[in-house]
Design a protein around this ligand. Structure first.
Ligand code: FAD
Length: 475
């Protein structure tokens, strides 16, 4: 009988521990993907659906090239697995674990139930450098601060051997499989008309990594903060969907350094960012509530405003602050936003508009191709000041000076807010300060071609600080 290889967010053949172990049994492998939104805790966002569709096509092709066939099923995961077991006589299921609490618990229940019926369920870690729970402080508790966590992570992480996956799959009996087209995962949003040229799937992931290590990595520490430059890896959706293992990324950066192509410091900076991904995942596993509750409970007494008009202006990139609007439009058009700008737009929503970070988190969940429960929640709470190792709330980003500093030549704003493209650098990040003739010459009519600021910076800053003073510190 065959063994089942249950794909989830490990959509790759290389460096795939579950696949390696399934292969080692010497039995035919039955690769399956089950679309089961109900029990993974949170329905997929629009951008994630788009990515999943493309990534499954890529995986299907890669398997077909090796004589295998990806079987697609939809519905309750346990029911579908049981059906496959009945149809094929399979007596083992191999999988790479998901570490989000809801998915982890769901998998544990399934494993328990199948084991009881004599089907062996084997789980591996293919997603993280270290399994959550395995990196603990001297007294055995979870780390709440990044730097010591990262040190311990790298000290305990052991690189698994790199593998390419089986060259050939043995045929398994012809089984019914659904058609991806029927799943209708192509979302109506985001609007990809000006989108990046994403290539979901394992090959696209590897290309992104090699583009990065042979180029921007050499100057990463500086370039990573400049949204107008293509200076980061854009690996986030590939890592989220497991199209590449974090080990590959770490090893590639180390190799580039050891071959003298980049300095040690640049490689380490990049590896530290991979470390933030791990930190987020470990925090979520240890503190499941952080997706919807402030890690520091007093922050849940913040007097958030309900302001649908302001929230919608933020979502659509119509706040009147060019760097904020550029970011929100990049997100809508490409499913991705530069990290520096994510911090600026998040701060603007939380502090300038005094709108609950959960509203922003939900919008990101729907529109990001890298939407990830752990990284999204951890970063939103970082900006909100309510997270484990967070930026202090009172440090309020000024969207004007942030724009001037990190988009000095205006490349980013001009690309995403074309109605301001002809405005000079001096005025670009605060168009309302430009003299009328300058605006006229640039073809800008504030309130018509581009919005006036929806809040005034100094007043908004004061309101945010007053709100901080009012929170209930006894919580
Ligand atoms: P690079 O600079 O090339 O970094 C390499 C990898 O390191 C990334 O692919 C990512 O996996 C990881 N990484 C980098 N920065 C962070 C970080 N701050 N936290 C966690 N991991 C990081 N990232 C997500 O993957 N999913 C999210 O849902 C998400 N939501 C965010 C929400 C907010 C408000 C903010 C401020 C940041 C969020 N991030 C999220 C983190 C970060 O912005 C992205 O990971 C990064 O921009 C991805 O681009 P890149 O792959 O080019 O990054």
């Amino acid at each position: 009988p065959p063994v089942i290889l249950w794909f989830r967010r490990d959509l790759r053949l290389a460096d795939n521990p579950a696949l390696e172990h399934a292969h080692a049994t010497g039995r035919p492998i039955l690769p399956v993907y089950v679309l089961d939104e109900a029990t993974e805790g949170r329905p997929l966002g629009g951008a994630s659906s788009w990515w999943l569709d493309k990534s499954l096509r890529a995986l299907s092709r890669a398997l077909a090239e090796r004589g295998g066939r990806l079987v697609l099923r939809r519905g309750d995961a346990e029911t579908e697995l049981r059906r496959l077991i009945q149809e094929t006589g399979a007596d083992a299921v191999f999988l790479n674990r998901l570490f989000e609490p809801a998915a982890f618990a769901r998998d544990a229940d399934i494993a328990h139930a199948l084991n009881a019926d004599g089907v062996n369920v084997k789980g591996y870690n293919g997603a993280l450098l270290c399994r959550p729970g395995s990196v603990r402080t001297g007294s055995g508790g979870p780390y709440k601060v990044f730097t010591p966590f990262f040190r311990a992570l790298m000290a305990s992480a052991e690189a698994p051997p790199h593998t390419l996956g089986p060259r050939q799959f043995q045929p398994v009996p012809n089984l019914e499989s659904e058609d991806l087209d029927d799943w209708r995962l192509h979302p109506t949003l985001p609007d990809w008309s000006t989108g990046f040229d994403w290539t979901p799937g394992e090959d696209g992931a590897r290309e992104a990594l090699s583009r990065f290590t042979s180029g921007p990595l050499g100057d990463y520490a500086r370039l990573r903060d400049i949204p107008g430059q293509n200076g980061t890896s854009r690996l986030s959706p590939h890592l989220h969907w497991g199209e590449i293992s974090p080990w590959r990324a770490v090893t590639a950066a180390r190799d580039a350094a050891s071959r003298g192509k980049v300095s040690e410091a640049q490689a380490e900076k990049f590896i530290a960012e991979i470390g933030w991904r791990e930190f987020s995942a470990h925090l979520l596993a240890e503190f499941p509530q952080i997706t919807d509750t402030a890690f520091r409970p007093e922050y849940d007494t913040m007097p958030w405003r309900k302001d649908e008009g302001a929230l919608e202006a933020w979502r659509r990139g119509r706040t009147g602050y060019p760097i904020v609007d550029a970011g929100m439009r990049q997100l809508w058009s490409t499913g991705w936003m530069h990290n520096r700008v994510r911090m600026i737009v998040a701060s603007f929503l939380i502090k300038h508009l005094l709108i609950d970070w959960r509203e922003g988190e939900a919008w990101f969940w729907d529109t990001l191709v890298d939407a990830d429960q752990a990284s999204n929640a951890q970063n939103w709470q970082w900006v909100a000041g309510s997270g484990a190792d967070a930026a202090p709330y009172f440090r309020i980003f000024n969207p004007i000076t942030q724009g001037q500093k990190f988009d000095e030549d205006g490349r980013y704003v001009r690309l995403w807010v074309p109605e301001l493209a002809r405005l000079g650098d001096r005025w670009l990040h605060a168009p309302w300060t430009a003299p009328p003739e300058v605006l006229r010459d640039a073809g800008v009519r504030l309130g018509h071609t581009y919005p006036r600021p929806i809040v005034e910076h100094d007043a908004a800053r004061k309101r945010a600080l007053d709100a901080l003073k009012s929170i209930d510190k006894t919580k």
